[in-house]
Design a protein around this ligand. Structure first.
Ligand code: BES
Ligand code: MN
Ligand code: ZN
Length: 493
């Protein structure tokens, strides 16, 4: 993809589409002033008209006098400095302009506009990521593919910065993050009759073949039986399609260096099992493998960026279905850790597969383990779609992840896993139940996982509210790939 930073006068830059971000009022920056001068005061006139008063509003002009651009698009930031998330909306708008089919070449002039405490390097990465994200189109299940597919124009990010190497590195990183996000989005959006555990295993094999330093190993149900993963296997009991434990190892770091383990919930469809879910919106439970998808996405980006770090991706992939063979409420199973679990609700299945994967992770002696899961509806109640829930047994790890969320606009918010909540998991018949007494569902679920993650620094991201959008814009978001990649980058140093 041809997206490069250039230090160039915007007035004499030849391009199909020149996009200029600027505030609705105040003095013009050097670059905007240059454009204004060359065009005989065009920009000042438009600003005076008031058409650019609102943040996100825009004005397009064809064949602007005095400029070499065929089309000039002015995009307004409004009259206040944008916040990170307002800025993300603006880059989203610019991204759709430079990826519109038909635009062959484009130039973007951000004019130094950035949120407080951010710099041009940060904005360059955000813009590139937005451009990469807007290339995503899921039409493979329609009988006719879209004719006007988005494509990234040959794009120049114009600024007066001479440090184009730094900006280009940021652009490349932004595009790589988007590539991982789009990989994850596709897996999420695929229907559950295509995206089965076996399909995910095949994609892992395909990725390993295509990617240097990435290998994969797929464990069968039989191998999981030998490992005594009784909890994971209880979830797959009701379905006719086989479960797999997908293991992906990326070895970008020094040999023998402790890896970061990413564990992703891969329930390719969650009907609830015998504790079956109500019908409304049940289709969205095809997204119950978005944690797994984010592990794929993070590995795609890590490999693209050639991160010098070792990563293990662990994906328990299963379908949760009711049948005559399904696990029943009241059944007691023994997890790989030896701890027994009374399954009071078969719809609390995510924790049942993750706990065995967390035990399996011990063999890698990981420096940190992060699990990612669409784990609880309660997390959507608590945080909506803006932040993922974060839980951790290690304050440094939690702080690192929160920081990475802030940095990328892929935010998380920490919730407690106090012993007071853990007590809700008490069972009369087994070591624990798989659901708690009423209240704090996300916290209790995290407490359950915490019982299997005592041997390493561990964090859990509940992405039930952030992994996909519902309604008219239904679709996977690619979150929390940006957060995870930022964490991996920082661990790589
Ligand atoms: N996959 C769901 C959680 C979920 C629900 C995510 C809705 C996004 C939207 C999970 O397996 C589940 O069913 N959790 C139950 C737990 C309950 C039975 C303790 C829930 O949240 O209702
Ligand atoms: Mn469930
Ligand atoms: Zn689920």
């Amino acid at each position: 993809m041809d997206f490069k930073a250039r230090s160039f006068d915007p007035a004499s830059f030849k391009t199909d589409c020149m996009v200029v971000l600027l505030p609705a009022s105040g003095n013009l920056s050097d670059m905007a002033a240059a454009l204004n001068r060359a065009s005989g005061g065009l920009i000042a006139t438009i600003l005076k008209s008031g058409e650019l008063a609102k943040s996100g509003s825009s004005v397009s002009l064809y064949a602007p006098t005095g400029l070499q651009a065929k089309k000039l698009v002015l995009v307004s930031t409004g009259d206040k400095t944008p916040t990170d998330s307002q800025f993300a909306k603006l880059t989203g708008k610019i991204a759709s302009l430079i990826t519109a089919s038909g635009t062959k070449s484009a130039a973007v002039c951000l004019n130094g506009v950035c949120p407080d405490n951010r710099d041009l390097v940060w904005t360059a990465q955000q813009l590139a990521r937005a451009a990469g994200e807007s290339l995503y189109l899921f039409d493979q299940c329609k009988s006719k593919q879209e004719q006007n597919r988005p494509a990234l124009a040959k794009t120049a990010l114009l600024s007066d910065s001479k440090d184009t190497a730094l900006l280009n590195a940021a652009i490349d990183k932004g595009l790589a993050v988007a590539k991982g996000m789009n990989y994850a989005r596709e897996l999420g959006d695929l229907p559950a009759n295509i995206c089965t555990p076996t399909y995910l295993a095949d994609r892992a094999r395909e990725l390993a073949t295509a990617t240097p330093k990435l290998t994969t190993k797929i464990l069968s149900e039989k191998q999981m039986e030998q490992l005594k993963m009784g909890s994971l296997l209880s979830v797959t009991a009701g379905t006719d399609i086989p479960a797999h434990l997908i293991i992906m190892e990326y070895k970008g770091g020094t040999r023998g260096a402790a890896p970061v383990a990413l564990v992703g919930k891969g329930v390719t469809f969650d009907s609830g099992g015998i504790s079956i879910k109500p019908g409304a919106g049940m289709d969205e439970m095809k997204y119950d493998m978005c944690g797994a998808a984010s592990v794929f996405g993070a590995l795609v980006t890590a490999a693209e960026l050639k991160l010098p770090i070792n990563i293990v991706g662990l994906i328990p992939a299963v379908e949760n279905m009711p049948s005559g063979k399904a696990t029943k409420p009241g059944d007691i199973v023994t997890s790989m850790s030896g701890q027994t679990i009374e399954i009071l609700n078969t719809d609390a299945e995510g924790r049942l597969i993750l706990c065995d994967a967390l035990t399996y992770a011990e063999r890698y002696k990981p420096r940190a383990v992060v699990d990612i899961a669409t784990l609880t509806g309660a997390c959507v109640v608590a945080l909506g779609s803006h932040a993922s829930g974060l839980f951790s047994n290690n304050d440094d790890l939690a702080t690192d992840l929160l920081t990475c969320g802030e940095e990328t606009g892929d935010r998380a918010w920490r919730l407690p896993i106090w012993d007071d909540y853990d007590q809700q998991l008490k069972s009369n018949f087994a070591d624990m139940a798989n659901i708690g007494s009423k209240g704090a569902g996300s916290v209790v679920a995290a407490c359950f996982l915490g019982r299997f993650a005592k041997k390493y620094p561990w964090a859990h991201l509940d992405i039930a509210g952030t992994a996909w959008n519902s309604g008219g814009q239904k679709g996977a978001t690619g979150r929390p790939v940006p957060l995870l990649v930022e964490y991996l980058c920082r661990q790589a140093g």
